[in-house]
Design a binder for this molecule. Structure first.
Ligand code: PMP
Length: 300
């Protein structure tokens, strides 16, 4: 299935890839990664916004003080190679930079490893949620303060916070966590950005303590094309409860409607019309059916 991976510059069978048990990343959560999707189009498999993902991968490296021993061109090509070797028409691609053995906290002289895996992955939340929507629960786990870890890095250790929040939401029979920042305003979900619709206008938290999502940016560009206003600002919980529509965005989650938050219906409790229009636009673009956005696609 996911038989081959790209590991430190070569394609090898996944079973032959070995990680040192004393990996610094395993012990301390110091590493960074990306999540990228490739979709089937009429012209073949295409990777969505590959250059933007690679730029963010290198930006994560910069924020964590890591000098990657590869160029962006090599990492872009690695995505193409891993898809070709696995013969996937559509897939989720996971590049990750992780480190060799190290028990003290010093990062000096750590061995730098990069691997890319590809795996088939349909809708992250399940196909049905794309139409029925999600139930969100505000988390008691607060999103990282911007000066505690860097939320603009897609760092492995950052996700402990997300995992705890998601566990709590699931324990409350909800689908996802809505996370607040240290000032108590909405920031994002466990691994998705968050939008509300009010009076036909999109509102999304600024990215002070959220990851600047590539899907979030795509949605903002779709809204601009549709003539829908977009405001990036603080959102309070009670504002969310009164929103007309809400949705999450992310490479894995794509655009998924939110139909309740903290057991209160959002709008009429169904996928909203603007959410649906943005979803349709997203799927058209990633499947190569919107020529004005074809620059976002890299054919494999
Ligand atoms: N926030 C977090 C914390 C995430 O992990 C992700 C997934 N990468 C997102 C937002 C959405 O980002 P993107 O649209 O680039 O996948």
């Amino acid at each position: 299935m996911d038989a081959y991976i790209w590991h430190n510059g070569s394609i090898i069978p996944k079973v032959d890839a070995k990680v040192d048990i004393l990996s610094f990343t395993l012990h301390y959560g110091y590493g960074f990664f990306e999540g990228v999707r490739a979709y089937q189009t009429a012209e073949g498999t295409a990777i969505f916004r590959l250059q933007d993902h690679t730029n963010r991968f290198f930006h994560s490296a910069h924020l964590l003080n890591v000098e990657l021993p590869y160029t962006k061109t090599q990492i872009n090509q690695a995505h193409i190679d891993v898809l070709k070797w696995n013969k996937f028409n559509s897939a989720y691609i996971r590049p990750i930079c992780y480190f060799g053995p190290g028990i003290g906290l010093h990062t000096r002289d750590l061995e730098i490893n990069v691997l890319l895996a590809a795996l088939p992955w349909d809708a992250y939340m399940g196909e049905e949620k794309l139409t029925k929507g999600l139930a969100l629960k505000t988390s008691t786990i607060v999103r990282h303060n911007v000066n505690s870890v860097f939320t603009k890095a897609k760092a492995t250790g950052n996700y402990l916070n997300s995992i705890l929040a998601l566990q709590e939401a699931r324990a409350c029979q909800c689908d996802e966590a809505l996370m607040l920042d240290t000032d108590g305003f909405v920031t994002e979900a466990s691994a998705q950005n968050f939008f509300i619709v009010e009076n036909n206008c999109l509102i999304t938290p600024d990215v002070s303590s959220a990851l600047p999502g590539i899907t979030r940016d795509s949605v903002i560009q779709f809204a601009n094309k549709f003539g829908i206003d977009v405001v990036e600002r603080r959102i309070s919980r009670d504002e969310v409860y009164g929103a007309d529509e809400a949705f999450l965005t992310g490479t894995a989650a794509e655009i998924t409607p939110v139909t309740s938050v903290d057991f209160r219906k959002i709008g009429d409790g169904q996928r909203g019309t603007i959410t649906k229009a943005l979803q349709e636009q997203y799927f058209k673009v990633v499947r190569g059916q919107a020529p004005e956005f074809s620059a976002w696609l890299t054919l494999v």
